[in-house]
Design a protein around this ligand. Structure first.
Ligand code: PLP
Length: 387
């Protein structure tokens, strides 16, 4: 090509480290993958069936830009019941194409050139690039295993400037699985209110909490009107492919996000929206069953890691664990590549979440129990051989 058509900021953006590594896995046989962040369960049958029924009923059109009224109503009822949160289904809830779209819309709706958004690290790999694509600056807040991979109010206080507009939170977290207690969240809330930061709270793993009770950020005292709450159906209901999420927040922000959504996406897929209605109406038991199984796997994996001698911060939820591999002296990409070659286990190098996490790897336990057993055996052998 004679001319470079690609925008500078896209050209400069690093490709996802997770994807880059998994291109290596493609084409290899008999690999046990603990890499991808998606449930190994298929969407429960009655939810699939409601998707099929919606097709049979001929629901193949667009929906309202904001999403089906029925789904928005069900979401508002569920949030009221669980967290005593009140959101108007007409003005304060938007159905999105997964939480991914919710994060993207949020950034584009609030960022003026040069605005800063705080992103606690390690984080889900999309946050930083989405801030940058929207013309903002992602200010990365460092955490480590010593502080349980949690940010502190002091750190937020330290980095806040006049340009800091928002903070991205995610708990239980990808890639560490750690969550925050109500007390910890209240302290974070206080400092965010002091600096008038919008809190964008991605609580996609809320239903997969194994320790303590999940506390929704907007349910904290005074937090509702400075919080954009993001959640969806991908993880808790094993519905990644249906692409349904939702955003709840103050009318001005949801209104601004709806404008962008209107021009870019129009609406989330109708079949997925009907299936999500079924999930909210009759899916509690399925979530409970899957949560119990993930919890059993988490307990197994952290016990095995302790036996193998790879320390990790105990995950409170989600389906990830982020052990340290420092004692092997290997860089995380080297560790992951050798483990793949020698033992056919795929996991994500910590460097995919930033250079400073090169002493870690992310393992997902969204895999069948038998596979996990085998994987931990092989990982144990791998470490022993380096011994
Ligand atoms: C923290 C976090 N947020 C959002 C997403 C994307 O979810 P969705 O399928 O709803 O777009 C993921 C997927 O891995 C995630 O881990």
């Amino acid at each position: 090509m004679q001319r470079n058509y690609v925008a500078k900021k896209v050209e400069e953006m690093a490709p996802s480290g997770i994807r880059a590594f998994f291109d290596l896995v493609l084409g290899m046989k008999d690999v046990i993958s603990l890499g991808v962040g998606e449930p190994d369960f298929v969407t429960p049958w009655h939810i699939r069936e409601s998707g099929i029924a919606s097709l049979e009923a001929g629901y193949t059109s667009y929906t309202s830009n904001k999403g089906l009224m029925k789904l928005r109503l069900l979401i508002s009822q569920m949030l009221k019941k669980r967290f005593r949160l009140t959101y108007c289904p007409n003005e304060e809830i938007l159905i999105t194409v997964g939480v991914s779209e919710g994060v993207d819309l949020a950034m584009r709706a609030i960022i003026n050139p040069g605005d800063q958004v705080l992103v606690p690290m390690p984080s889900y790999v999309s946050y930083g690039p989405m801030v940058e694509l929207a013309g903002g600056t992602a200010v990365l807040l460092r955490t480590d295993a010593n502080c349980g991979f949690k940010i502190t109010p002091q750190e937020i206080e330290r980095v806040c400037t006049k340009k800091t507009k928002a903070i991205m939170l995610n708990y239980p977290a990808n890639p560490t699985g750690v969550s925050y207690s109500r007390d910890e969240l209240e302290k974070i809330n206080r400092v965010c209110r002091k600096h008038q930061l919008l809190v964008i709270s991605d609580e996609i793993y809320a239903d997969l909490t194994y320790e303590g009770r999940h506390c929704a950020f907007p349910a904290l005292p005074g937090a509702r009107d400075m919080t954009l709450y993001l959640n969806g159906f991908s993880k808790a209901y094993a519905m990644t492919g249906w692409r349904i999420g939702y955003a709840c927040g103050p009318q001005e922000i949801i209104g601004a996000m709806t404008k962008i959504h209107q021009y870019t996406i129009l609406c989330a897929p109708i079949i997925g929206q009907w299936a999500a209605c079924e999930a909210l109406q009759r899916g509690d038991g399925d979530v409970e069953t899957m949560r119990a199984e993930y919890r059993r796997r988490r307990d197994f994996v952290i016990n095995r890691l302790a036996e193998i001698g790879l320390p990790c911060v105990k995950p409170d939820g989600a389906f990830y664990v982020f052990p340290s591999i420092e004692k092997t002296g290997m860089a995380s990409l080297d560790f992951a590549a050798k483990l793949l070659q020698e033992k056919k286990i795929a996991l994500v190098p910590g460097s995919a979440f930033g250079k400073q996490f090169d002493g870690h790897v992310r393992m997902s336990y969204a895999a069948k129990f038998e596979q996990l057993k085998e994987a931990m055996q092989r990982l144990g052998d791998f470490i022993k051989e380096r011994g």
